[in-house]
Design a protein around this ligand. Structure first.
Ligand code: SF4
Length: 442
């Protein structure tokens, strides 16, 4: 069922990627939603066929690690058995639709983003014309008001604001206003226009065909992209969204107009154990609507929690070991897989994140630990970014992992001292070896 692991491709369920701890694959929930049964099945399969580590990704997928050549097919079959797989590898690879977590459950939503996300997923899966899309190419559908995908980008984005529903393109300076009934067809046409343009752009190794809409918008202009799709009426806008540096906080979130709210449980340093997901599914049955909503913020959402139950849910989420409150310092730290899980990593970023947590982080900004300059875990700027290299960490303030560091060659202890220096009554960081990193991190 699966294809051989290939480097340089985006992994998906049937196209595994080799990493430092074995093969990794991605499970793609439809319309940002897993039923409790599906969540339990993903957890069971991750434990049985992988190493039990699950990572929510920036694209709203669940990355499962530690599979092997002999277990990867079994995992894919288990996921197909719960309705979370397309019919073939290419259909699965291009099925990239990020939706806001609440969809029509948000009373202020202007359209049913989950219904549209389901329809667009079906288009990508079932129309062979779109199976030539690059596997990095993605769509975004956002009607969220309580939990919007503000600041998130994708190649083609469907959004709503005070002026109604519209489509925007990554890297474009135009938006096209449309009624809800015209959205699906417009996205289809834009996909076809991109593929037609891409076909003429070369495919030799020396000149690979562009993979993202941003390239077409830059080459032709966004308005010309809409025109090529036969969609007239796009109008210029002053700015296009860039990836946001912040994320919704962990904990209970009230939803305007609803008697219930949602509870965001964040994966500490971007990673959780399979059992954590199964326990969240149980919590959803007891306190929420029996689903788990996936997000691009490395958190999972329980929807339908009564305010009176928020404290009980928070205590249970905390007992599981997930981040349950905005003032938990782990909610301000993002770490990629790092060494040894990722072959490209120069440091065990998650162990170092645990060390820095114990050392006490000052301030309120986001700290991003990246195992190399690629910055997979957080493409946006952060208050402080630590980028591991062969000689230690580089420190970038208010920038991205790929930016020039102001300091290099830093040990975790040195980083702790530098960050603590900003604190009026800083305390000495503990010895590195006294910090437990926790199962699944080290
Ligand atoms: S940032 Fe580098 S080390 Fe971290 S997951 Fe990406 S490639 Fe691996």
């Amino acid at each position: 069922m699966t294809e051989p692991a290939v480097k340089g491709r985006c992994p998906s369920l049937m196209t595994p990627m080799e990493s430092g701890d074995g093969l990794l694959v991605r499970v793609k929930p439809r319309a940002a939603t897993l039923t409790a049964v599906q969540a339990e099945a993903v957890a069971a399969a991750a434990g049985r066929f992988g190493n039990g580590m699950i990572e929510p990704t920036n694209r709203g997928h669940l990355q499962v690690r530690g599979l092997t050549d002999s277990t990867v097919d079994g995992f894919a079959e288990a996921i197909a058995g719960i309705g979370l797989a397309a019919a073939g590898p290419q259909a699965e690879a291009v099925r990239n639709v990020l939706a806001d977590p609440l969809g029509p459950d948000d009373p202020a939503a202007q359209f049913d983003s989950h219904a549209l996300a389901h329809r667009l997923s079906a288009v990508l899966e079932t129309d062979p014309a779109f199976h030539d899309l690059p596997d990095k190419f993605g769509l975004l559908v956002d009607a969220g008001v309580a939990l919007p995908l503000a600041g998130r980008t994708a190649d083609i984005m469907v959004r709503a604001d005070g002026e109604g529903l519209f489509i925007a393109l990554a890297g474009g300076d135009c938006r096209l206003s449309l009624p809800e009934s015209g959205l699906e067809e417009a996205v289809r046409r834009l996909l076809a226009a991109f593929l037609a343009w891409r076909k003429g752009q070369g495919s030799a190794a020396a000149s690979p065909a562009p993979k993202r809409m941003r390239a077409m918008a830059a080459a032709c202009g966004a308005r010309a992209v809409f025109d090529a799709a036969g969609l007239n009426g796009a109008r210029a806008v002053e700015s296009v969204p860039e990836p946001a540096a912040d994320r919704p906080p962990a904990g209970f979130v009230a939803v305007a107009g609803a008697a219930q709210g949602c509870f965001a449980a964040a994966a500490p340093f971007g990673s959780m154990e399979a059992g954590d997901l199964a326990e969240l599914a149980d919590l959803s049955r007891r306190f929420a609507d029996g689903t788990i909503r996936v997000t691009p913020w490395k958190s999972l959402i329980l929807w339908g929690v009564l305010p009176a139950n928020a404290a009980a849910v928070g205590a249970a989420v905390s007992d599981i070991g997930l981040v349950a409150a905005a003032d938990d310092v782990r909610s301000r730290i993002v770490a990629c897989a790092g060494r040894p899980r990722c072959a490209g990593g120069h440091a065990d970023t998650r162990a170092d994140a645990a060390y820095l947590t114990a050392a006490g982080l000052p301030g309120t900004g986001l700290l991003h630990l990246s195992g190399c300059a690629k910055g997979c875990a957080h493409p946006a700027p952060a208050g402080a970014t630590l980028v591991a290299g062969p000689g230690g960490y580089g420190l970038v303030r208010n920038g991205r992992a790929g930016d020039a560091p102001e300091r290099t060659g830093l040990t975790p202890e040195a980083v702790a001292r530098i960050l603590a220096a900003a604190k009026p009554a800083g305390r000495e960081p503990p010895a590195r070896e006294t910090v437990r990193t926790g199962a699944g991190w080290g």
